[in-house]
Each structure stands twice: as C-alpha cells, then as structure tokens.
Design a binder for this molecule. Structure first.
Ligand SMILES: CC(=O)N[C@H]1[C@@H](OP(=O)(O)OP(=O)(O)OC[C@H]2O[C@@H](n3ccc(=O)[nH]c3=O)[C@H](O)[C@@H]2O)O[C@H](CO)[C@@H](O)[C@@H]1O[C@H](C)C(=O)N[C@@H](C)C(=O)N[C@H](CCC(=O)O)C(=O)O
Ligand SMILES: Nc1ncnc2c1ncn2[C@@H]1O[C@H](COP(=O)(O)OP(=O)(O)OP(=O)(O)O)[C@@H](O)[C@H]1O
Ligand SMILES: N[C@H](CCC[C@H](N)C(=O)O)C(=O)O
Ligand SMILES: [Mg+2]
Length: 500
C-alpha cells in the first residue's frame, strides 16, 4: 500500500524535516524489526531510549525517523525526520491513517478491568457469532479472525500491530470484534485513535502496581477507555467503587450506559442463581424483564462476566432472547476453571485456572468450594518481574482453601525462592500449607494429598503452555502436567498406565 509521510503525520502536531512526499512502506518501533522503506518511531521507554536506535533503524533501511528530539544521523541525508511531542501518540495516529481507520468498518467492543476480560470477550464473540455475524477476538489467549486462531504477543497489541490486525479483520469481513484493553495499553496509547462501538468495565482490584504504582493511577488508566477520547456506548460493572465512579462520569457526560452487578440497582442483575458443578442456571433481570438462561460455566465470578457480555450484546443490537440462547452452549475459554479430564481421576477433581491476582484467587477458591463436596487444595505461585506487593496478599487469600502448596509461576528474572518467601510472608497458618518450588512436583504433591471427593485448583497459568525462567521459555502446561500426574496416581493405585 504505502502512504506519504505528509499523509501520515498531517494530524500530528509535528514538524517534518526533509521530503514529506516520501512513501512509507511500513511502521516499526523496534529497530531489529525494521524493513526497508519503514518509518521508525523512537520511543523513550521504561528501560531504554529508542532514540539511540535511530541509526540502527536507518542501517536496516528506515526511510523516515519519527522522534521527540532531533537525532543527528550520520550519512542519512535521504532520511526524512518528523519531530513530534509524543512518539507513542504520533505512532498510534500514523497507524490508524496507514491502515485507513479499520475500526470504523465494524463494531468493536473493548473490555477492560482487572479480571474477566478474556472470559467476557469469549462470551461476546460467541453471542455475536450465533447472531450470524462474522467475528474477531483480540486478547490474552490469542487473536481470532473468523475461524482462524493466532498467537498473541500482548493482551492488547502495540498500535501498529493493533491497526494491522484490525485491518486484516476488516478485510476478512468481520462485523463484530471483541477486544481486551489492558491498562498498559491505555497508558501507552496502544489503542489511541481506535473507534469503539461499546466499551465495558468488569472490575478493579489489585494488580500491576509495579507499573502503575498507585491504585488511583491504575484506575486512571482504565478510566481512559470511558473518557471523551473514546466515545461509545458503555457497559459498566458497578460491583466496586471504581465502576460506580465510571458510571457517574459517563452518565454526567450523557453517554448511553448499561450497568451490571449483583446489586438490584444495576440494570442487569441476577434474580436467582443455581450453581452447578458443570453449569449455572441464572435468572437475570434485564431492565425490568426477566430472562432465564443456563450456561456451561461455573463460579460466581462468571455470573458477573455473563452479565457484562449480556450488556455488550444488547449494546451491539442483539436481542435478549438471542443472547440467552447463544449462552446455552458457549465454549469455556481455555484455562479458566477448566476441568482436567482423565479416564481415572480417583474421584479427585482437578481444575486449572488463570487466577493470578488476590481477588481472582479468592474467587476461584470460593467458586470451587461452592460446588465441591470435599476439601479444596490450591497450588499457586506468583510471577517474577511483576507486582510484588500482591504476593503476601495472595498467600493470605490462598488460606481460604483447606490446604495450599506454594510453588513457582514464571519467575522470569527473579529468584523463585525469594518470590515464594514474599508469598509465605502473608501466610500465618504453617499447618495448612507447604512449599514445593518445582511446579510439576507441587501439582503431583497436591494430587497425592487429595482424597476422593476433594478438588485441586492449579492457579495462575491457565492457558499458558510455558514457564518463563530467566530469558528461557520452557514448555510447561498445567493441564497436561496435571493429567499426567493424575494418570501416574491412578497407575500407583493399580489403574491406568501413566502417560509420562
Ligand atoms: C511495561 C510495558 O508494557 N512495556 C512495554 C514498553 O516497553 P519499554 O517501555 O520497557 O521499552 P524499552 O525496552 O525501554 O524500549 C524503548 C523503545 O526502544 C525500542 N528498542 C529497544 C531495543 C532495541 O534493540 N531496539 C529498539 O528499537 C523498543 O521497541 C521501544 O519502542 O514498550 C515495548 C514496545 O515499545 C513493549 O514491548 C513493552 O511491553 C513489555 C514487553 C511487557 O511485558 N508488557 C506487559 C506488562 C504488558 O503490556 N501486559 C499487558 C497485559 C497486562 C494484563 O492486563 O494482565 C498487555 O496488554 O499485554
Ligand atoms: N469477573 C471476575 N471477577 C473476579 N475474578 C474473575 C472474574 N472473571 C474471571 N476471574 C478470575 O480471573 C482469572 C482470569 O480471568 P480472565 O482471563 O477472564 O481475566 P483477564 O482480565 O483477561 O486477565 P488478564 O489481565 O491476565 O488478561 C480467571 O481464571 C478467574 O480466576
Ligand atoms: N497478564 C498478566 C499475566 C500473569 C500470568 C502469571 N502466570 C504471571 O506470569 O504472573 C501479566 O503479565 O502480569
Ligand atoms: Mg486477558
């Protein structure tokens, strides 16, 4: 395709130094990914200054350098420079222009909040698909265009990657796309310039304080998706004070808002709920009308996600009966309270779940307690290079289970033992937990401790099929490992042959 430099930066409050008519073939923000003809954006990052890679980008063929200050380039008289006040904002605006504003071609629903984004986007995708629309999904577990699934590097891609993906969705004929919008993405302007038909908020509880530092800053990032910069219909969970504040702000502005929550004040709220071991029967009050639905997901928190998805479905113009009908056979998102199925589990139910925040861990344990007959044993750890203050809180929350096995979860560049020490600092009942740093051994230990009727919750990694140790990506899938360890236990009892 190609656009001229002037076309891409006409909206940016920038100064073009050199030939504005030069054609730009692509957009790059990592020098090692520059291709000939690209515009390279110099971004002042958290760890390094992208301006120092301008020459490297030129050596690889960059034709345009976008920077926040003049970079003095050797042997680069044929390179056009664009000086802008904010490279990330300019990059997002250029990306929207480069791909001809793809999000304006279909209905885009953006979901933010600490927990429930992936689940809600899966529900929305299914509701829209059953309503006969061609759909797309963007999020943690991957991106989906129609029936084609792709791996994702981020929950919410950087702006050039996001707009390229939205353009592919447009070109594939997608009519409704459900997208997770992370707080990092909002703060780093990855979604800037994107048109949303609906923006939705699930909840706000502790996470990512390594990045945002304070809860107020974390909320301020999430709140951007409900600001005048992103005009849209709103679906807001009012189960916490943050949702209530967003509701207040959006109502004051005159936005169309659908509220959801357990409280009868919410426009969508439950009238009756029956929690089963494999499904939930729910009667919702939807703006004064009762709607009955049964869906194959478990847990109280999924009632919240179903209500959010219901609100988004309505805001997208889908009828309440059609939403209810679609939810009856909605597929569960991978690694969210996913039951590990083996021929002989010895009466022990093993669930793999992506709970990696204090609130999610507490709610995952409570959800299993509500449907299980026996004890609940939780296996969990905390990620390295991430919010360290959540570790002792997760330790304390884990003691809501009958027993906990504390282990490793993506230590990244930290010492796994030190992470475990941080977790254990919050656990005051030494008789109800033990430490097994090796994650496979920890899962095996929990299964060994479980008696028929008990449940084992393996929390933190959900769909992940790797363990991040230093710079290494080691193969590790909780679901596969749990299945292997269950089979090994069965073999030890004289049952099936172990598969590992
Ligand atoms: C905290 C965060 O989001 N950081 C993002 C940020 O990194 P940074 O500011 O540290 O960048 P940097 O390393 O200082 O580099 C500065 C600039 O120089 C460039 N560079 C750097 C080195 C080089 O050789 N050449 C080069 O051009 C970089 O591409 C960058 O543009 O900008 C980079 C690209 O410009 C992102 O890749 C990076 O995401 C990192 C990898 C990350 O792990 N992000 C996670 C935390 C994240 O975004 N997670 C959320 C989901 C969270 C949730 O909801 O649970 C997500 O949406 O995925
Ligand atoms: N509405 C909810 N409230 C609280 N906890 C939830 C909710 N929905 C899901 N959870 C818990 O959070 C975990 C992650 O859920 P999900 O992947 O849907 O959230 P997410 O917001 O996409 O997370 P991430 O920010 O990591 O992408 C689940 O495995 C479950 O334990
Ligand atoms: N999106 C989250 C995922 C955390 C998953 C958990 N397994 C961990 O590594 O901490 C993050 O990047 O903080
Ligand atoms: Mg997610």
């Amino acid at each position: 395709m190609g656009k001229t430099c002037s076309e891409l930066f006409s909206g940016a409050a920038g100064t073009i130094i050199g030939d504005g008519s030069v054609e730009v073939e692509g957009l790059a923000y990592r020098s090692d990914r520059v291709r000939p003809g690209d515009a390279f954006f110099c971004i002042v990052g958290l760890t390094t200054d992208g301006h120092t890679f301008a020459q490297d980008a030129i050596d690889r063929g960059a034709r345009v350098i976008v920077a926040e200050r003049k970079v003095y380039l050797a042997d680069a008289t044929d390179v056009t420079e664009v000086i802008v006040p904010d490279s990330r904002k300019a990059m997002a605006e250029a990306a929207v222009a480069f791909y001809d504003h793809p999000s304006s071609a279909f209905q885009l629903a953006g979901v933010t909040g600490t927990n429930g984004k992936t689940t809600t986007t899966y529900l929305v995708e299914h509701i829209a698909r059953v309503a006969g629309r061609k759909t797309g999904v963007i999020g943690t577990v991957g991106n989906v265009i129609g029936d084609v699934r792709e791996k994702a590097e981020h929950t919410t891609p950087e702006s050039p990657d996001l707009q390229a993906l939205l353009a592919r969705m447009r070109d594939a004929g997608c009519e409704t796309v459900a997208m997770e919008v992370s707080s990092h993405a909002l703060d780093l302007m990855r979604t800037w310039g994107t048109d949303f038909a609906v923006t939705a908020f699930t909840n706000l509880t502790q996470d990512h304080l390594d990045y945002h530092h304070t809860f107020d800053a974390y909320f301020a990032a999430k709140a951007l998706l409900f600001s005048a910069d992103y005009p849209a219909r709103r679906v807001i969970g009012i189960g916490d004070k943050w949702g209530r504040e967003l509701w207040r702000r959006c109502s004051e502005r005159g936005d169309a808002v659908i509220t959801t929550g357990f409280d009868a004040e919410a426009q969508i709220h439950p009238v009756a709920v029956e929690y089963g071991a494999a499904s939930t029967a729910l009667t919702l009050d939807v703006r004064g009308r009762q709607v009955e639905l049964t869906y194959p997901l478990v847990g109280r928190f999924n009632v919240e996600n179903v209500m959010t998805a219901f609100g988004i479905g309505l805001a997208l113009g889908i009828a309440a009966e059609d939403i209810a009908r679609a939810l009856a056979d909605v597929p569960a998102p991978p690694g969210r309270l996913e039951r590990v199925a083996v021929p002989d589990d010895g009466g022990v139910s093993v669930y793999v779940d992506y709970a990696h925040t204090p609130d999610a861990l507490a709610k995952a344990i409570a959800s299993i307690d509500a449907v299980g007959e026996g004890r609940t044993i939780v296996v969990f750890g905390c990620g390295g290079d991430r919010d360290a203050t959540k570790r002792p809180i997760m330790g304390a929350k884990a003691l809501a289970a009958d027993y906990a096995v504390v282990t490793s979860d993506n230590p990244r560049h930290e010492d796994p033992g030190a992470i475990i020490d941080d977790i254990v600092a919050g656990m005051d009942d030494a008789a109800r937990f033990e430490v097994v740093p090796d994650r496979r051994a920890a899962i095996a230990r929990a299964i060994e401790l479980a008696r028929p009727g008990d449940a084992v919750l393996v929390a933190g990694k959900g769909h992940e099929d790797y363990q991040l140790v230093g710079d290494e990506v080691l193969a590790f899938d909780d679901r596969a490992v749990a299945a292997e360890e269950l089979a090994r236990a069965a073999a030890a009892r004289g049952g099936d042959t172990p598969c590992a």
